[in-house]
Write a protein that binds this ligand. Sequence first.
Ligand code: MRU
Length: 392
Amino acid sequence: MTLQAIRYSAGNLSIIDQLQLPYVENYIPIRTSDEAWHAIKEMRVRGAPAIAIVAALALASELQTLVAYDQISSSAEEVQAFIIEKLQYLVSSRPTAVNLGDASRKLSAVVVDHAGRPESNGHSVATALIQAAEEMLAKDINDNIQIGAYGAQWILANGLDAKKSKATVLTHCNTGSLATSGYGTALGVIRALASTSKLRHAYCTETRPYNQGSRLTAFELVHDNIPATLITDSMAAALLAKSEASVDAIVVGADRVAANGDTANKIGTYALAVLAKYHGVKFLVAAPLTTIDLSTKTGNDIIIEERPASEVTKIKGPRDKSSTNEVEFETVCIAASGINVWNPAFDITPSALIDGIITEKGVVEKDAKGRFQLEDLFCDPSITAASVPESA
Ligand code: MRU
C-alpha cells in the first residue's frame, strides 16, 4: 500500500507525524487551522504541496465541525471574513513554499465569489470552501501521476546514452507521498521509472541538517521495494565521478519556481545542480503548477526561511535497541557548544543550471534564447502533452 502523509474523509483529517518517521508510524488528528499551523511550523508535515493541502483541509474540517454543531454564522460576509483571516494566518507558518500562498489565494477567490452571490449565506460559503479544499486534494494526486509519467519519458528520451535502456537517478530531500497528497513529484518520476522497469537504480541524499532524505525518502524507497542507495550530501560529487554508478539525471522538487525558472528548493539543491553541470548530467526540477510563481520574477525575490540553530547542532532519533522493539527517542549534541550557526532551509538554483521543469502539463525546456517561458503553461489551457518534446 502507498504511504499516506494525509488521511482525510468527510471533515476528519489526520497526518502522519513526520517527526517520528521512519521509526514510528503515528497519525495525529488535525481539527483546526491552529493545529495545522503548529503541525506545519514544527515540521510534523512538510513538503510544499503537502503543507498547502493540510492547511486547506484543516480549515475545511474546522468549518465542518462548526456547521455540524450549528455554530456557523448565518451571515455570508462574517463567514467570508472568518475564512480569510484563517487563511492569512495559515500562510504565515512557513514563508518559502509558494503552494500554501497559492492555495490561500484560490480558496479566498472561491469564498469571495460565493459570498457575493445573492442567495448566499454563511452555510453556503463554508460549503464552497470545503468543496474547493477537497478538490485540491484530488487534483494534487492526479498532477503528481502526470509529473511522474512526463519526467520518466523525458529522462529515457533525453538523459540516457544510446547503449542504455534504464535510468539511474539521484534525488534530494523528500518529494514523495509524504511531501504531497500522494505519489510525489521528483520521487514520483523515480516511481514511474520503477513501475515500468526502466529504473536501474535510485540514489537519495541524506539531506542535512533535517535528514528528509535518510528518514523519509529512504523510508519510501524501502517501502516500495525500489532499488536504491543512501549517500550523505558530501558524497554526491564522488558518486557522479564514478563511472560504475553512471548517474543519468538528478531530479529534485521545488518550493517555489520563479518566472524565469530560478528554483528555491531544499538546501543542497544548488550544489547538486553545479555538480550536474560539471559532470554533464541532466538536472531536472519536478513541480506542479501550484509551485510556479509568476509574480516572483527571479530567485533574488524569494524569501529563504532560516531555521533554528539546534537543527544543526543536535540530532534526534531512537536509541539503538535493535534487539528489542522498544523505541525511545533521544536528542544528542553533535557540535561544539557556543559555535555560531547559519541554517537556511532552502537555496536558489539559477535557471541556467536547470535542463527542464517537469509539470503536470509536460516538461518545459528553454527556448532558443536559453529562457524558460513558464507563463505559456498558464495562458494556454490547450497545452498538455504537446509541451512534452517530440523525442519523449
Ligand atoms: O523543509 P521541507 O522539508 O518542507 O522542504 C521540502 C523540500 O524542499 C521539497 O523538496 C519541496 O518542498 C518539494 S516537495 C514535493
